[in-house]
Design a protein around this ligand. Sequence first.
Ligand code: ZN
Length: 304
Amino acid sequence: MGKFLRIATFLVLLAAPAAAQPKIVTSFPMLQSLAAAVSGTEPESIVRGGGSPHTYSMRPSDARALEQADLVIWIGEDYEGFLERPIKALGNRARVLELSDAPGVVKLKSREGGVWEGDGHAHGHTHGHKHADIDGHMFLDPKNAAAFGRAIAAALSEIDAANAARYRANAEALATKLEALDADLAAALRPLAGKPFIVFHDSLQYMEKRYGLTPAGSITVSPERRPSAQRLQRLRDRIARSKTICVFAEPQFDQALVRTVVDGTKARTGTLDYVGAEVPPGADHYFSVMRGLAKDLSSCLSQG
Ligand SMILES: [Zn+2]
């Protein structure tokens, strides 16, 4: 009897921390990865499997996940426009961490006009928000990712004070790993300075600034509507004028269309996988996607 009680007490003690673990829901896999590293758990991700945070539509199961969350983590209305209303509807039922407001995050303005064609992103800055035209791809800067990690630790510590020291230690370990990633990316991308490239959607600004890349603009071509012969000619002229070495599409993008755009120019086509559909979720996901992007960039640009 006494032994049984001791075992039962032991089991309750073992189970208690697990039961108290805050339920975390993140908006997309790169943030799920950072939250996994800091929490030591496997948080949920609303967007997954190669979906785009720009165009995602909420499913009923996503709404249920949000309602059961203790902590919801997103960049903010400048990036995941689809989450703006669902998060507002949550009211005070969950703590919401808007990472674009985290201390120490470097933010850049959205580019538009000139060589930067408006890309039809569902940016939420039409409703008179505090943010004005901020480029939401700030997670593609490892230093911002470290700031995100510390903000996630602070938010988790408010919900689960008993484990505050562990969250802080995890965030610092993450920051150390991110410093190594930053050094690796800097070394890998340094030889690409002065090699112009064009992207199909303006997603790389944070990496360009951090690592001294040489962007020549963005091209908006809707996969649903083939560009006219006139428009194709204008795009080819732009590629020639800027001496563009590579035009980068994304994995979900129609590769035939990309080849049509560069046809008759000296540019090559490449693919930038910043969604990481094939990369498993979890703490390593962020690092794999970032290293993959550096590889995508250098495998196309270093030939030129
Ligand atoms: Zn994007």
